[in-house]
Design a protein around this ligand. Sequence first.
Ligand SMILES: Cc1cc2nc3c(=O)[nH]c(=O)nc-3n(C[C@H](O)[C@H](O)[C@H](O)COP(=O)(O)OP(=O)(O)OC[C@H]3O[C@@H](n4cnc5c(N)ncnc54)[C@H](O)[C@@H]3O)c2cc1C
Length: 468
Amino acid sequence: MTVIAWVRRSLREHDNTSIRKASESSEEVVPFYCVDKNYFSEADLGFPRVKFWRDSLVEFKKNLEEQKGKKLVLRHGKPVEEIKKVVEESGADKIVVNQDYTPYFRDLLRDVEKALDLKVETVKDIVMFEKKEITTNKGKPYKVYTYFMKKWFENQKRRPEKVKKYVVPELRSDEIPSLRELGFDKPEKIDWIWNPGRKGGIERLEKFKDKIGFYGEKRDFPSKEGTSKLSPHLKFGTLSIREVFWEMERLREKNPDYDEGVRAWQEELAWRDFYFQVLWNWPETIEKAFIEDFRGINWVDDKEKFKRWAEGKTGFPFIDAGMRQLEKTGWMHNRARMSVTSFACKDLWLDWKKVHSFFSKKFVDAELSSMIGGVQWAYSIGTDAQPFFRVFNPWTQGEKYDPDGTYIRNFIPELEEVPDKYIHRPYKMSEETQKSSKCILGNDYPYPIVDHAEKRKESIEKFRKIKK
Ligand SMILES: Cc1cc2nc3c(=O)[nH]c(=O)nc-3n(C[C@H](O)[C@H](O)[C@H](O)COP(=O)(O)OP(=O)(O)OC[C@H]3O[C@@H](n4cnc5c(N)ncnc54)[C@H](O)[C@@H]3O)c2cc1C
């Protein structure tokens, strides 16, 4: 018997459920990967994400090849056609694939099963709890995170598991296309701060273990490096969700002082699962607001304002620092993600789908479920979202979470010499201070593009009118 372990987004062998399951049912396993070049021109992708993915794939392939009798069978083409060919060539009886929760994957799976007349076994890998595993007492999926999270902690969780010994039959494997072939050259401005692949993931996890004790205190301050930056590793599965969860559990047992930090961090893993189950149970939220009343909102198509927001030139330093961190590193701190998205909505009234599409192209960790969840949360149109009358203040967000302006100065060089007193509100600088701090308003750094107090009022009023 030969089993195909169809690998998609879990770029590792260790605790990869599809490979493990395949290895438990057969000694002959085909770890199969398909690169569909068309996808790279059709989807909202960008350099950071594609490079992280490619580097991780290269390392995964190499790691397998270095083990006796193993290799990754990689093919270029349409997944349905390529998987069909590999089934024919290997005489496989079964395919195992890790469950994904996007409509894209659901359609793909249906097409593969139709084309092959062969059962494809889907297995849970990328989350702790999926689909309708955690429901209300009436069996309905949760719309409110807190209740979901309570059960998430109570429920028993799987531990990482090793794959059994297996060999790979002799089959042709294509080369991994270069970034250039895929159409992704390195943008000039980017600082490549990432270390993709499993080795990079383990290193990052190890580093973060020293910081977990302070996670609760530091996680909201973008200049403090208080979060794990593991999101791209979880996105591309260079580490498994079980590994990271249980590693922190082990740490908590050894150091009871870390209890609070570990708990706060694991709550974020629960958010991740929460949004995966929202996407699975309400796939329409990719296109529509979760809250039906807000589906008919007429967002503003203001290209100039969108550009200023996207380029980090709004005149609101904390917002601009977030957008420039994204441009420079492919990642943005969660506090900034919430602030810039809230600003795009409540201050600029930009279409959330365009914001989502922009983020998809920029984020190294772009994850459909978390992004739709995060964007709709900040727009007050999603599950368990920020109520529309609670509007983030882009001035005080900076004052509170970047009090000395370190984050702002780090990403906005024009403001480097601006005195602390004005770092959050440079528009208040006198002409003299502008000169002495080498930041002439309207020239080096813009005046605010909107009046926040006014926009806040307008936004609440618009939401109130639309809400039935
Ligand atoms: C508008 C918006 C868009 C977002 N888009 C994405 C996205 O595309 N991909 C993504 O992984 N996260 C997204 N998030 C959630 C969150 O901002 C990132 O997961 C986090 O900033 C990643 O940094 P970290 O790994 O240091 O997080 P840590 O604080 O170390 O958290 C650990 C892990 O928990 C998960 N996580 C943390 N916060 C959240 C959250 N609010 N929702 C879901 N999962 C979470 C991530 O996998 C993260 O790696 C978004 C949030 C907002 C507000």
